[in-house]
Design a binder for this molecule. Structure first.
Ligand SMILES: CC(=O)SCCNC(=O)CCNC(=O)[C@H](O)C(C)(C)COP(=O)(O)OP(=O)(O)OC[C@H]1O[C@@H](n2cnc3c(N)ncnc32)[C@H](O)[C@@H]1OP(=O)(O)O
Ligand SMILES: CC(=O)C(=O)O
Length: 538
């Protein structure tokens, strides 16, 4: 059976730009447009030329090779001709393959926001689309508030959509601008528009996520007949965001109910780069990827429940709706107080440690992890601390060095210029091969000072940890009050690009940090010797 083509329209650089807290530079836009283009989107909407200097600059040249490069802007205003409307002129002079015009389709908005008559608005739509078509560009119209407009005055909303289509718009995009419409309403209204003469092959959907239904609404619209979906990477966008194209791409490709009837421009091979795309985008935004993002989150194929892990290891299909590798993600079986033997055996196997199910040391490891987690440790997020603990229980870890004592001071004082300053200083005494070394360091805060002092002089191991860097530091207070128990998680990295997490728990934040720092250094020394795991493999 031939499958119908669904066109993917990405508005990350336009509606995504309307996300609170997100502000793209021209360089950001160039990088993101290139990611989207290479991934295989059909349309990349770059922004609103004429609205701000960034977007005007961005549209000075075409920014995609394969995808159609789209400029966004509003229809002409009432009372001026298309050729005399400055906004439309700016749009027409932008270097784009297509122009997406936003048009009012709710009569209430025409009255309140535009302050013109319904007829004038229809005329604005018609004249603007005709101007775009005359410029040789593909025209499309985002019918703003289409679903709310349809519910208030279906004849007028339909008239707007039909006017756009009859004037030559390749796509008439039905927008759930306020994001409150529900999937059954989307299905019913899209079907009515098609029945009124705008073919599904010319209809698109633009859904917002204000009730968490943007993806479901987009799919409902596809089921009812639309053939273009607008959305953004990782669902960014105004307020609660837009339909998440990452989720939609995977669903359309991997769920039989859609994949048997539809295809997008993303083939199975490209789909395996989906996780990379989603994470690369977060990297550009300088934010951590959402671990629970469908398909691409770090937890999307992770399990810490013992019952699940046991079955999953017999056959992954027992607890996975699709194979993680189909979207370039990974299966993760974690260790925690929710885990049974299967979780632990699998976690150890990943580190090259083979241990049999009836080995009493395995029971000991499980009970220590469970006891420690009860006091606040969290090994599922601290892989390196788990590896060290397992290595210590199942085998041995060399005593590279011993910290005899440490002292951390925080002093608030006036400096030589009379400026009030808070200074942190740490002193650490370390014994390596029977020799005591004392290091002193000042840091931005007490933990930084302790870290610097600890890594300042490790005798014969010093050169080995020269490339060790702390990448992240997370503190979690496990119960309230100033005497609370604190969990510290530290992410470390080195020149090889490897990253590892370690954990410390104490009612003293410095002590908790010290434990995590120590684990990180010892892990690094083991790692340098390729001994992570293998020392325990007996
Ligand atoms: C649902 C959406 O996401 S639509 C996209 C929304 N995105 C943005 O607004 C971001 C970019 N916008 C901007 O930078 C500015 O709003 C501009 C440059 C477009 C316009 O700025 P200004 O001319 O100062 O107008 P302002 O923003 O105050 O108000 C919008 C104007 O556009 C008019 N307008 C709104 N939609 C349309 C439309 N579809 N067709 C014609 N005119 C419209 C409004 O009536 C209002 O006109 P008024 O100034 O005569 O009252
Ligand atoms: C056009 C648009 O972004 C909307 O209606 O939501």
């Amino acid at each position: 059976m031939t499958r119908e083509r669904i066109y993917l329209f990405d508005t990350t650089l336009r509606d995504g730009q309307q996300t609170p807290g997100i502000d793209f530079s021209v360089e950001d836009k160039i990088a993101i447009a290139s990611l989207l283009d290479q991934f295989g989107m059909d349309y990349v909407e770059g922004g609103y030329p004429g609205a701000n200097p960034t977007d005007t600059e961005f549209f000075k040249c075409r920014r995609t090779d394969k995808a159609s490069f789209v400029a966004f802007g509003m229809t002409k205003r009432a009372g001026v001709s298309a050729s005399n409307d400055p906004g439309l002129s700016a749009l027409l002079s932008a270097k784009s393959d297509a122009i997406c015009l936003v048009a009012k389709s709710w009569d209430y908005h025409v009255e309140v926001a535009l302050g013109c008559t319904n007829e004038e608005n229809l005329d604005n739509i018609r004249a603007s689309v005709e101007a775009v078509v005359a410029s040789g560009r593909e025209a499309m119209v985002d019918c703003e508030h289409f679903f709310d407009g349809y519910k208030a005055n279906s004849a007028y909303a339909l008239a707007c959509a039909k006017t756009a289509f009859e004037a030559g718009a390749r796509w008439v995009v039905l927008c759930d601008t306020n994001g409150g419409t529900q999937p059954p309403e989307i299905r019913e209204i899209v079907s009515a528009v098609i029945a009124e003469g705008v073919p599904g092959a010319n209809l698109g959907i633009h859904a917002h996520n204000d009730t968490g239904q943007a993806v479901a609404n987009s799919l409902a619209a596809v089921e009812a007949g639309v053939r273009q979906i607008q959305g953004t990477l990782n669902g960014i966008g105004e307020r609660c965001g837009n339909a998440n194209l990452v989720t939609l791409i995977a669903t359309l490709a991997l769920k039989e109910t859609y994949s048997s009837r539809f295809e997008t421009g993303i083939d199975a091979e490209r789909l395996q780069e989906l996780t990379k795309l989603a994470h690369a985008f977060d990297e550009l935004l300088n934010r951590s990827p959402d671990p629970q993002a469908p398909y691409v989150g770090a937890s999307a194929f992770a399990t810490k429940a013992g019952i699940h892990a046991s079955a999953l290891l017999k056959d992954p299909r027992t607890y996975e709706h699709v194979a993680p590798e189909s979207v370039g993600n990974l299966r993760k079986v974690m260790v925690s107080d929710q885990g049974g033997k299967a979780n632990f055996i699998n976690a150890l196997k990943r580190r090259g440690i083979t241990v049999s199910k009836d080995d009493p040391r395995l029971d000991k490891l499980i009970s220590i992890v469970k006891e420690r987690e009860a006091t606040g440790y969290a090994y599922e997020g601290a892989d390196a601390s788990f590896a060290l603990l397992a290595s210590r229980i199942l085998g041995t870890v060399p005593d590279f060095f011993r910290v005899e004592s440490f002292r951390v001071m925080v002093e608030r004082r006036f400096d030589a210029n009379g400026k009030l300053k808070t200074v942190s200083e740490a002193v650490v005494r370390v014994i390596v091969d029977g020799e005591t070394m004392m290091s002193v360091a000042e840091g931005h805060g007490p933990v930084n000072a302790l870290d610097l002092a600890l890594r300042k002089d490790l005798g014969k191991y010093q050169s080995e940890i020269a490339d060790l860097e702390l990448a992240d530091y997370k503190v979690r207070i496990l119960n309230g009050g100033t005497e609370a128990v604190t969990r510290v998680l530290i992410e470390s990295t080195d020149r090889s690009g490897a990253r590892w997490w370690t954990v410390g728990v104490s009612d003293n934040i410095i002590d908790a940090s010290f434990q995590a720092l120590m684990d990180s250094i010892v892990y690094k020394l083991l790692k340098n010797r390729d001994q992570v795991g293998s020392i325990a493999a007996e």
